[in-house]
Design a binder for this molecule. Structure first.
Ligand SMILES: Nc1ncnc2c1ncn2[C@@H]1O[C@H](COP(=O)(O)OP(=O)(O)OP(=O)(O)O)[C@@H](O)[C@H]1O
Ligand SMILES: [Mg+2]
Length: 309
């Protein structure tokens, strides 16, 4: 199981649209996906068909109640599972401040650990800020997907975002990875969009997903029906783009885990090779010592014989 945060402190770049549609697309491809809406705006919650004013068992409540985690998970009509949010979650930011530094950052991690290995993937929607809610989401994640809107100020705030990422990596979560950078709301008729794509690629290099999300009216309409675009209009460009992204992500994760396995295997082989060499050397050393001792003994005997003679 892997946990991925969809993160960019800039507002309106396509985080929630990506969470809702990527999660649904992955479910459609047979994966068991849990979405955690960790934004007090609760747009993912409504986008997946729930009335946020009627939510009782939200992620916010999970921080205070003793109930078992299954009771907070809802199966959405679009196929993914969801732990919903509610506006009251914004209060958590203030409440976390009173905790000690480590606990303040690891509260969501502890909750996710309880969920265990029930899902193939957990996807977290983050609020548009670098506050404690986002930091908790990053610390709880194995990797992040950074959606970037292909518009004039696309890279604005990216250095701040990268500084936050690096500071989390060097303090609490050494192995936090960038899963990929996703170009959103791409407009093929606009020259500027192509320029922004080049700019983002020269900054993030191979980390940029091959799939780009086009600006598509169906993507904007679907949330008002409480549906993902995959269910709202499966043939739309938006739906196809998120289905492609889901396949690309699955391939990347497969590749990554193969590489990790190979690395583990190679390290194991290297260790066993080294210990073999070491044992051989040890045996040779012992043999040499024994030969030397034998030689010394023989010398004593020879001397004795000489003396007797
Ligand atoms: N590819 C797209 N084509 C058309 N509209 C889009 C697309 N992606 C997102 N939108 C629309 O743009 C707006 C912002 O998108 P979204 O809510 O996903 O951004 P966000 O990063 O989650 O915002 P926030 O920072 O407020 O949480 C929404 O109205 C959404 O419907
Ligand atoms: Mg959002």
């Amino acid at each position: 199981m892997k946990t991925i945060s969809i993160f960019n402190q800039k507002g309106g770049v396509g985080k929630t649209t990506t969470v809702v549609n990527l999660a649904t697309a992955l479910s459609k491809l047979g994966k068991k996906i849990l979405v955690i809406d960790f934004d007090p705006q609760a747009n993912t919650t409504t986008g997946l068909g729930l009335d946020k004013s009627k939510v009782e068992k939200s992620i916010y409540k999970m921080f205070y109640e003793e109930d078992s985690f299954e009771n907070y998970i809802v199966k959405t009509e679009d196929g993914a599972y969801l732990i919903p949010s509610e506006n009251a979650l914004s209060g958590l930011e203030v409440e976390l401040v009173s905790l000690d530094e480590r606990e303040r950052l690891t509260m969501l991690s502890s909750i996710i650990k309880e969920i265990g290995d029930d899902f193939d993937l957990i996807i977290i929607d983050c609020p548009p800020s670098l506050g404690l809610l986002s930091l908790n989401a990053l610390v709880a994640s194995d990797s992040i997907i950074i959606p970037i809107q292909t518009e004039y100020y696309a890279l604005e705030g990216v250095s701040e975002l990268m500084n936050t990422y690096k500071s989390i990596k060097s303090s609490v979560k050494e192995d936090l990875e960038i899963e990929g950078v996703l170009l959103c709301m791409f407009d093929g008729r606009c020259k500027l969009s192509y320029e922004v794509v080049e700019e983002v690629k020269s900054y993030f290099k191979s980390k940029v997903f091959k799939t780009m999300i086009p600006r598509n009216i169906k993507l904007a309409e679907a949330p008002s029906y409480g549906k993902s675009v995959i269910v709202y209009d499966e043939k739309s460009k938006g739906a196809r783009a998120y289905l492609n992204l889901a396949s690309e992500l699955i391939e990347n994760i497969k590749k990554e885990s193969k590489e990790k396995e190979n690395f583990k295997k190679k390290t194991k082989e290297k260790i066993s090779e080294e210990s073999k060499d070491y044992n051989q050397e040890l045996r040779k050393d012992e043999k040499d010592k024994k030969l030397q001792k034998d030689e010394e003994k023989n010398q004593v005997i020879r001397n004795d014989e000489k003396n007797i003679g």
